[in-house]
Design a binder for this molecule. Structure first.
Ligand SMILES: Cc1cc2nc3c(=O)[nH]c(=O)nc-3n(C[C@H](O)[C@H](O)[C@H](O)COP(=O)(O)OP(=O)(O)OC[C@H]3O[C@@H](n4cnc5c(N)ncnc54)[C@H](O)[C@@H]3O)c2cc1C
Ligand code: SF4
Length: 461
């Protein structure tokens, strides 16, 4: 079991930008999975057995017809392959980059049992969509005749974008609002830099808006019940794809010391930086948490030149929410993962973090309990990655029924308020993945379209 050093009293906090030579940044933050060439794609596609009742399709939350699109790649019909993908998932290009395929489609691929490795579904999907976006005619779909109905979509993350695109295709006019200066939600502000190199999030948004019929307004915040009431009066339907705007706190002394940051904010700063070389990072970084955000923050801190990065998780390896693949990636990049340590206090000097004191944990009758042992790990920077939450007082103010602290919806994505649908991370459903948010945005769009066409939704003022 790795042990941390006691605080010696001689170590000076060291947080700074530009730790690496300029050329190393470009290398570190390039695509971590290189795209397939046309030849590699055709060869990989030829490994697919085009299974009947394909398990890979069943494992995809958006039910992409995987064997069909792979067959089209094998037949050199790349545009057709992209059409098959985007028909089911209009954010198929982004999902090809950030989906944990190792626990979704590729986990169940029958080639794994036969040849020890699955067909590279994610990389093939990316190949097809990238080829479409690089072609002169990128739009594949035409809009249905105008319905004369208008829908408001609040939140331009994966859930809102998918919903808006499907509604526009169905002939409705969509007003898409977002609080942030740029659309994309966590695709733009959260997902790791090396999964979405080259400004892909905005390229995809551009393609999505290219369908027409969607008016995007950024810097617009849904902040009170009166605004929601106004949207309900003005639009035939309202979709909320608000994500999770708030994060959990450690709830220990010293949490407000300089050098203690939210991991999502740290990643967002990196994603928005014109150059990773200008993002400050500590020499010794502790990331507290055990999920995908913890892994992404830790790996990126290492890529920025931090000398030592530890992920510290209060439970054991079996309980870590980050997949084995993500954990392996972190270790490969030189990140240590320490288990069974719960933070007790952030220790500081002159207002800055110097170390974190942890209590060792164990499982007793299925519950965590402190063993009585303590460990102190030095740090100049602490990144908190212990989960996000809705944290939006507007929702209780408006009277939404909530479940597990998120918006409760029925099987069609309808909330407890008439004329208001919701999807993505803000609802109590799914695994909080991009692809889940897309699936839930599309589900709501189908139901809204059905309601508008059947005349059950009220006409707007
Ligand atoms: C650091 C990090 C890394 C991740 N990495 C991956 C990954 O590799 N793979 C994966 O599948 N998933 C990953 N996820 C999860 C994935 O990003 C989310 O599940 C997905 O983005 C949820 O989409 P969404 O549309 O529900 O919410 P979001 O993407 O959060 O978008 C919500 C949008 O709503 C806007 N908004 C919020 N409140 C308001 C308001 N009151 N008024 C107006 N606009 C508002 C926000 O500005 C935002 O643009 C990651 C998450 C994090 C935090
Ligand atoms: S399970 Fe594998 S082999 Fe079968 S259709 Fe899907 S990708 Fe092809």
């Amino acid at each position: 079991m790795p042990r941390g050093n006691r605080v010696s009293g001689t170590y000076k906090p060291d947080i700074r930008a530009g730790r690496l030579p300029a050329e190393e940044y470009a290398e570190h933050f390039a695509d971590h999975v290189p795209p397939l060439t046309a030849g590699q794609a055709v060869l990989e596609a030829s490994r697919c057995l085009y299974c009947f009742d394909a398990p890979c399709t069943q494992a995809c939350p958006t039910r992409i017809d995987v064997p069909s699109f792979i067959r089209r790649i094998a037949e050199d019909n790349v545009r057709g392959a992209a059409a098959t993908i985007l028909e089911s998932n209009p954010l198929g290009g982004f999902c090809a980059r950030d989906c944990p395929t190792e626990v979704l489609c590729e986990q169940v691929c029958v080639r794994t049992a036969q040849q020890g490795r699955p067909v590279a579904i994610g990389r093939l999907q990316r190949f097809a969509v990238d080829a479409l976006l690089a072609s002169p005619h990128t739009q594949l779909f035409t809009r249905a005749p105008a319905s004369g109905r208008q829908v408001a979509v609040v939140g331009a993350g994966p859930a809102g974008l998918a919903c808006a695109h499907a509604l526009a295709r169905a002939g409705h006019e969509v007003a898409l609002f977002d609080a942030k200066p740029k659309p994309g939600g966590l695709n733009e502000y959260g997902v790791a830099t090396y999964k979405t190199a080259g400004g892909y999030a905005q390229r995809e948004v551009e393609w999505l808006l290219g369908i027409g019929g969607i008016t995007l307004r950024c810097g617009w915040v849904l902040a009170d019940a009166e605004q929601l009431a106004a949207l309900r009066r003005q639009y035939a339907a309202v979709f909320l794809g608000l994500g999770l705007a708030d994060t959990h706190r450690l709830g220990v002394a010293g949490e407000t010391l300089a050098g203690v940051h939210d991991a999502v904010e740290f990643i967002s700063m990196l994603r928005q930086a014109p150059d990773p070389a200008c993002v400050p990072v500590g020499r010794r970084v502790l990331v507290i948490g055990g999920g995908m955000t913890a892994v992404d923050a830790a790996v990126q801190a290492k890529l920025l030149g931090a000398q030592r990065v530890d992920i510290v998780y209060r439970r054991g390896p079996q309980q870590m929410p980050a997949s084995q693949h993500e954990q392996d990636l972190a270790r490969m990049r030189g990140v240590r993962i320490l288990h069974w340590l719960a933070p007790m206090e952030v220790l500081g000097e002159d207002g800055s973090v110097r170390a974190v004191r942890f209590a060792r944990q164990r499982l007793a009758a299925g519950r965590l309990e402190a063993t009585g042992e303590e460990e102190t790990l030095e740090a100049d920077m602490v990144l908190k990655a212990i989960g996000q939450r809705l944290g939006n007082p507007l929702l209780s103010e408006c009277g939404f029924a909530l479940r597990d602290g998120r918006i409760a919806v029925d099987q069609a994505g309808r909330t407890s308020i008439a004329g208001v649908w919701a999807g993505g991370d803000c609802i109590a459903e799914g695994q909080d993945l991009t692809v889940d948010a897309v699936a839930q945005g599309l589900r709501a769009a189908r139901d809204i379209d059905h309601q508008l066409r059947s005349g059950r939704a009220p006409r707007n003022e």
